[in-house]
Design a binder for this molecule. Structure first.
Ligand code: PLP
Length: 441
C-alpha cells in the first residue's frame, strides 16, 4: 500500500453507508471525530472501505504498536488460536500467561521480585491497581492528577479528570479520591518557569490535600501518568516525578504509574517512567501491549501483590491468544521498535519544532519518542486555546490522507505505530504543514 492516496470524496460511498447503519445501532457515546471506516491495514498504512489509503499516526489510540497486522504477531495469534482460544487463567493454568508474567517480571521498571495480574483493558488494569493498593495497605484514599485519564469504569473514572463530560451524569464518584496538580510546564499551575522549577505544583498535594483533606496515612496509592496522554501529551519536569516518589515513600503510599498509553516502547523506552529515573511500586499497561488484541497488565512488587485467592480475578483476563500476541509484540519492541520509536520520534519532534517557527498557531511541541503532542494556541503570550482550529486541522489532515487525533482541549496527538519510518514521518509533517496553512486562526 502507498499512502496517502485519496481516490474519493471523504467519506466515500461505502463508508457513508456503514456510518449510516452505525448511527442506528451503535451507542452514540463514542467520540468519532472524522468518518474513517477501516477495511485493512499494513504497517503504518490503513485503507478505508472505498480504497482510500491513509498514513496512520493514530494507531487506534496508540494501540497498534507493531503496526497493523505485523506478520510475527499474526503468526503467534494463529498458532495459539489453533491450539486453544480460552481456558481462563482464573481457574486453570496455561503457559503463555506464565511466560508473559516472566516477561513482565523482567521488563517492569522497578527492581526486585514482581507479580502480574492480567485483564482485558486499560481501565481494568487501573481497577486492579486501585484494589491492590487498598488491599495491600489497608488504606482507602487515592490521589490522582488534574487532566489525567485512567479509564471509564466507576473506580478508574473517579481518578479520571480529563474532561468533565467523561464524569457528567455519573456522580457521585467513588469516595476518597483527591486530585493534585500535574506538572504541566507549558501551563504551570503555580505560574512558575520550567528553568526555576522545584516541582512546586506538588505543594498543593503536600500542604493542602495532606493537611486539610486526607491524612497521608490514609492514602493507599498515587496514580500518575508519567506523560499525560488524553490530557494533551504533557511531559513534566523530572523533578515532578522525583518529588512524588519522595512524598510517597515518606508516607508509605504506593506509587502507581499508569503506562496504558505511554508504555510498551512508545516513548523510546519500554516504559515512559524510565525517562525520569524513578521506580514505581506498581505499573499498569494495556493499549500497545498486544498490538491490538485486548489485554491489560498490572505488575507490582511481589510483596505488594500478595492477595489470597478470590480477592481479584477475571474470566477473560490474559486470555492465551492475547498473551501470545503480547509475547510476539514484546520481542519486536526489544529487537528494533523501541529504538525506532526513539530515533524517528526525535526526528519528527525536530521537524515539528521547525514548523513551530512558521506557524503562529503552534504554541508547544513536546513528547518523547513517538508520543508527540502539538499544542495549538491563538496567541503565544496569552496561550488562548485554539480548540476549533485544532479540530479543523485534524479534519484537514484526514482529508489529505493522514490520521491524527486530538488530545486535551487543544492539542494534536501523534501516536503512530512504532514502525513508522523517517520518510513516513516527513510525509506526516508535510501534511500537518499544509493543514496548518489551510486553517489560520
Ligand atoms: N489509562 C490511560 C493513560 C489511558 O490513556 C487510557 C485510555 O485512553 C486508559 C487508562 C483506559 O484504557 P481503556 O480504554 O483500554 O480502558
Amino acid at each position: 500500500m502507498d499512502a496517502p492516496l485519496i481516490k474519493t470524496a471523504l467519506p466515500g460511498p461505502k463508508a457513508k453507508a456503514i456510518i449510516e447503519r452505525d448511527g442506528k445501532v451503535v451507542s452514540p457515546s463514542y467520540t468519532r471525530g472524522y468518518p474513517f471506516v477501516m477495511a485493512r491495514g499494513t504497517g503504518a498504512i490503513v485503507e478505508d472501505v472505498d480504497g482510500n489509503q491513509f498514513l496512520d499516526c493514530a494507531a487506534g489510540i496508540a494501540v497498534n504498536s507493531t503496526g497493523h497486522s505485523h506478520p510475527d504477531v499474526v503468526a503467534a495469534i494463529v498458532d495459539q488460536a489453533q491450539k486453544f482460544l480460552h481456558m481462563s487463567g482464573t481457574d486453570f493454568y496455561y503457559e503463555p500467561q506464565v511466560r508473559l508474567g516472566e516477561e513482565f517480571s523482567a521488563i517492569a521498571p522497578f527492581a526486585g521480585p514482581k507479580r502480574s495480574f492480567f485483564s482485558n483493558s486499560g481501565t481494568e488494569a487501573i481497577e486492579a491497581a486501585i484494589k491492590l493498593a487498598k488491599y495491600s495497605t489497608g488504606r482507602y484514599g487515592m490521589i490522582a492528577f488534574l487532566g489525567s485519564f485512567h479509564g471509564r469504569t466507576l473506580g478508574s473514572l473517579a481518578l479520571t479528570s480529563s474532561k468533565a463530560i467523561q464524569r457528567k451524569g455519573f456522580g457521585p464518584m467513588q469516595g476518597g479520591v483527591f486530585h493534585a496538580n500535574y506538572g504541566n510546564c507549558y501551563r504551570c499551575p503555580v505560574g512558575l518557569k520550567p528553568e526555576a522549577c522545584q516541582a512546586e505544583c506538588l505543594d498543593f498535594l503536600e500542604h493542602q490535600i495532606f493537611v486539610h483533606l486526607i491524612a497521608p496515612e490514609d492514602v493507599a496509592g498515587v496514580v500518575v501518568e508519567p506523560i499525560q496522554g488524553e490530557g494533551g501529551y504533557v511531559v513534566p519536569e523530572p523533578k515532578f516525578h522525583h518529588r512524588l516518589r519522595e512524598l510517597t515513600k515518606q508516607h508509605g503510599i504506593l506509587l502507581i504509574t499508569d503506562e496504558v498509553q505511554s508504555g510498551m516502547g512508545r516513548t523510546g523506552k519500554m516504559f515512559a517512567i524510565e525517562h525520569f529515573g524513578v521506580e514505581p511500586d506498581v505499573v499498569a499497561v494495556a493499549k500497545g501491549v498486544a498490538s491490538g488484541l485486548p489485554l491489560g497488565v498490572t505488575t507490582a512488587r511481589a510483596d505488594v501483590m500478595d492477595w489470597p485467592p478470590g480477592t481479584h480475578a477475571s474470566t477473560f483476563g490474559g486470555n492465551p491468544v492475547s498473551c501470545a500476541a503480547s509475547l510476539a509484540t514484546i520481542k519486536l519492541l526489544k529487537d528494533s521498535l523501541i529504538k525506532n520509536a526513539a530515533e524517528v520520534g526525535a526526528f519528527m519532534i525536530d521537524r515539528l519544532r521547525e514548523l513551530q517557527q512558521k506557524h503562529q498557531l503552534i504554541g508547544d511541541v513536546r513528547g518523547r519518542g513517538l508520543m508527540i503532542g502539538i499544542e495549538l494556541v491563538r496567541d503565544r503570550v496569552t496561550k488562548e486555546r485554539a480548540t476549533t482550529e485544532r479540530d479543523q486541522i485534524v479534519d484537514a489532515c484526514f482529508n489529505r490522507g493522514l490520521l491524527v487525533l486530538g488530545a486535551g482541549k487543544n492539542a494534536i496527538r501523534i501516536s503512530p505505530p512504532l514502525i513508522l519510518n523517517r520518510a513516513q514521518a516527513a510525509t506526516a509533517v508535510a501534511i500537518l504543514d499544509e493543514a496548518l496553512a489551510a486553517v489560520k486562526s
